[in-house]
Ligand binder design. Structure first.
Ligand code: SF4
Length: 238
C-alpha cells in the first residue's frame, strides 16, 4: 500500500502592517492617534481653510461652490462674485441665469445657484440677512449640510462644533484606521469621540493638507510621509 506523507501547506506570511492592525488594542490605538495628532501639528502648524473669504456669508457661499470643485478654482470665481453680491439680500434677489453664468466654472452650477439663492432668501427671512452661528440654524438653511456648517462655524466663528469630513478626511481616516465607517456622518462621530474637541477644526485642516500634499488618493507619497510608521493602510506604497 502506497502511503503518502501530507505536508502542511506553508502559511502565507502576514504583512507586518496587517498584523499590527489586528493586534492593536484600544490603549495602543489612542496612543497612536496622539502621535498622529502631534506629527500633523509639527507638519502643518498653520493649516487653515483654503477658501478665500472675509465674512461668514462669503465663506458660506464659497463652501457651497466648493462641492465637487477645487478650492483653487473657487478662489478664482469668488473675488468678482463677492464684489458684486455684498449681502444675503443681493444673492436672494439675483437673476438665476446670471448667477449660473458667473459660477459656471465651479461645476454643478444649476444646483449651486439654487442653493445659494435659496440659502440667501432663508437668511433674509429668518435671520435678518445675517449668517447664524449655531449648528441647528445653519443646517436648517437650504443647501447647507453638516460639512458646510462645520466649515462656517469653525472658520468664521471659531467654534469647534464638529469635524469637517470632506473627501480627504474621509480617505485619510480610513487609511489611518481612525474609523471603520465610510459614511461622513459616522466618520465624524468617530473622530469627535477620539480627537480632543479644541482641535476638531484644526485637525480637519491638517488632515486635508496632508491629503493634498502627501497622502493623495491615487498615489500616496508614503516615502515622504511622517505618519508612515503609524499607518497600516493597504494602500501604502512602501
Ligand atoms: S503612509 Fe502612505 S497611505 Fe499612510 S498616511 Fe502616509 S501617505 Fe497615506
Amino acid at each position: 500500500m502506497k502511503t503518502s506523507t501530507t505536508r502542511a501547506k506553508p502559511r502565507a506570511k502576514r504583512p507586518a502592517a496587517k498584523r499590527r492592525r489586528a493586534t492593536e488594542g484600544p490603549a495602543e490605538r489612542r496612543a497612536r492617534l496622539r502621535r498622529i495628532i502631534a506629527r500633523l501639528e509639527r507638519e502643518f502648524p498653520a493649516a487653515h481653510c483654503a477658501l478665500d473669504h472675509g465674512t461668514p456669508l462669503e465663506l458660506l457661499v464659497a463652501t457651497i461652490l466648493s462641492a465637487q470643485c477645487t478650492d483653487a478654482r473657487v478662489n478664482l470665481v469668488t473675488p468678482s462674485l463677492f464684489a458684486k453680491y455684498r449681502s444675503a439680500g443681493a444673492y436672494a434677489a439675483a437673476d438665476p441665469r446670471v448667477l449660473e453664468r458667473e459660477i459656471q466654472s465651479t461645476g454643478f452650477f444649476r444646483n449651486k445657484t439654487k442653493s445659494i439663492i435659496g440659502m440667501a432668501q432663508a437668511l433674509v427671512e429668518r435671520h435678518g440677512g445675517r449668517v447664524p452661528d449655531t449648528m441647528d440654524a445653519l443646517v436648517a438653511l437650504p443647501g447647507v449640510g453638516r460639512k458646510t456648517a462645520n466649515v462656517v462655524l469653525g472658520n468664521a466663528f471659531g467654534r469647534n462644533e464638529g469635524v469637517v469630513v470632506d473627501t480627504h478626511v474621509q480617505r485619510l481616516s480610513a487609511r489611518l484606521d481612525l474609523t471603520g465607517h465610510t459614511e461622513p456622518k459616522k466618520i465624524e462621530q468617530d473622530l469627535m469621540r477620539s480627537v480632543p474637541q479644541d482641535r476638531w477644526i484644526l485637525f480637519s485642516h491638517q488632515l486635508i493638507w496632508h491629503g493634498r500634499k502627501i497622502c493623495q488618493a491615487r498615489r500616496p507619497k508614503c516615502i515622504e510621509c511622517n505618519l508612515e510608521r503609524l499607518c497600516y493602510s493597504k494602500d501604502k506604497t512602501v
